[in-house]
Design a protein around this ligand. Structure first.
Ligand code: ATP
Ligand code: MG
Length: 452
């Protein structure tokens, strides 16, 4: 992409309505524009990051054996009356009446709809296990939408639902989700710690929330500092292996880590004092096992091996895709702007032309642009007639992890400058070396699967 042809409405001024860094930076970098309270337009740069996150979520779900689909945003109230949640949900649910006076709602979640789909088609245990998911816009009429996309009213969420014959199978599905979520967050450059949580209006017994530690987080959390040393890393987990998934679950959840809702002071105090931490965190996902709550209420049964009809065991599992962008920026920024992790950056590298209009410099930039593109990478080339300071400030704000600076002085000796946004360190390389280095940096972040 050439900046002269892109739509990147960066703001010079810091918007006064934004209280936290991620919100400020998303507005300033031209990623989002508020449409109304808690509802945003995703401008091209923000949309690009949203798509990248969506893609990572898809890849990790498909890898875990879960099946993508898409359900609508608008739902009929009928199904929610069957489950009993139409009345239970409260004012967070946006209720709508259509022209025929039918009660509709903008879905805050999809347990009812997916259970209805399941019961319409599945009647035998032979079709289990089954996990279906989608990534779709949700609406919750939050009392206090704030912090930009972190607590929106309309937000983008991955929600998945498992259907299993037995509790044991459903707990395997739970563990599978836990592993796939850990992989998802790590690919986004985030550490999200599973913490024992409260189930809220979804209902159920087993549930963990995934929290990214951040001072601006809305949740109060308590944990043993040793949990922050655990990483999934590049381990190859067989998602069909009950033992392997369970082992990861135990490794990540046996140390103390809880949100204030389930915090237990006595147990917390058993941790050696120097490892006790209380902090704040951003909830970026949650997994639930809730047994037969919805399948019983809505008649989602299958015939078991013995011919008897039994309600299926279910769970639901959500990732806050749009909120994650805020969480990633909270964890990765400085006073100049965003610092994208390589796995989610909207463009892989920025090209700054220090002397636009100079034939040699322009030609060198064009050649780099072509060579980078040929590697399957996306450069953002600042080809505007602006002074260098303005170009650097824009690149720093937008936060691409790598920048190549091209100027007449360097070109005289055949070099360009490759700079890391994170460390600020620069290296002089000839253009071919710079492209090779970028290709090597991004090699581990190549998308792995074709989705859906
Ligand atoms: N208003 C919102 N804006 C943006 N993302 C949200 C919002 N509400 C929930 N999410 C995201 O969707 C994920 C799954 O939804 P879930 O039903 O668990 O939310 P929740 O527990 O009600 O969230 P919270 O406690 O933050 O209100 C959450 O972990 C969170 O990352
Ligand atoms: Mg939650």
């Amino acid at each position: 992409m050439r900046l002269s042809r892109y739509f990147l409405p960066v703001l010079k001024e810091t918007p006064s309505e934004a209280q936290i860094a991620s919100h400020r930076l998303m507005l300033r970098a031209g990623m989002i524009k508020q449409a109304s309270a808690g509802i945003y337009s995703w401008l091209p740069l923000g949309f690009k990051v949203l798509r990248k996150l969506e893609n990572i979520v898809h890849e990790e779900q498909v890898r875990a054996g879960h099946i993508p689909m898409l359900m609508p945003t608008l739902q009929s109230a009928e199904l929610w009356k069957e489950s009993g949640r139409y009345d239970a949900y409260g004012p967070e649910m946006l209720r709508i009446r259509d022209r025929h006076d039918r009660d509709m709602l903008y879905g805050p979640t999809n347990e009812e709809m997916i259970t209805d789909i399941f019961r319409s088609y599945v009647s035998s245990y032979r079709d289990l296990p089954l996990t279906l998911y989608h990534i779709q816009w949700k609406f919750r009429d939050e009392v206090r939408p704030r912090f930009g996309v972190m607590r929106g009213r309309e937000f983008f969420m991955k929600d998945g639902y498992n259907f299993d014959l037995t509790k044991e199978d459903a707990l395997h599905a739970y563990n599978r989700h836990l592993v796939s979520y850990l992989r998802t967050y790590e690919r986004m450059g985030l550490q999200a710690i599973p913490m024992r949580a409260d189930s809220g209006p979804i209902g159920g017994d087993d549930t963990h929330e995934f929290l990214v530690l951040a001072e601006t987080g809305e949740s109060e959390v308590f944990y043993d500092s040793a949990v922050t040393d655990i990483r999934l890393g590049a381990r190859d987990i067989d998602y069909d292996s009950v033992d392997q998934c369970q082992a990861v679950m135990e490794e990540f959840t046996s140390l103390y880590a809880r949100t204030d809702e389930t915090h237990d002071e006595a147990r917390f105090n058993e941790i050696p004092e120097e490892r006790r931490r209380s902090a704040r965190g951003i909830e970026v996902g949650q997994i639930f096992y809730f047994g037969t709550k919805y399948s019983e209420a809505m008649g989602a049964t299958v015939q078991g091996p013995d011919g008897k009809s039994v309600p299926v065991h279910m769970g639901s599992h959500g990732i806050g895709v749009s909120r994650l962008i805020g969480a990633i920026i909270e964890a990765n920024h400085d006073d100049k702007g965003i610092i994208w992790p390589e796995g989610v950056t909207p463009f892989h590298v920025g090209i700054v032309n220090l002397k636009q209009g100079d034939p040699d410099t322009d030609a060198a930039c064009e050649a780099l642009y072509a060579a980078i593109t040929a590697q399957g990478l996306e450069p953002l080339y600042d080809d505007r007639n602006e002074r260098a300071g303005g170009k650097f400030a824009t690149m720093d704000l937008v936060g691409l992890p790598w920048r190549i600076t091209v100027g007449p002085r360097g070109l005289k000796t055949g070099v360009v400058e490759l700079t890391s946004r994170r460390t600020g360190e620069s290296e002089e390389l000839n253009p071919e070396e710079a492209v090779r280095k970028l290709a090597a940096i991004y090699e581990p972040y190549k998308p792995a699967l074709a989705i859906a």
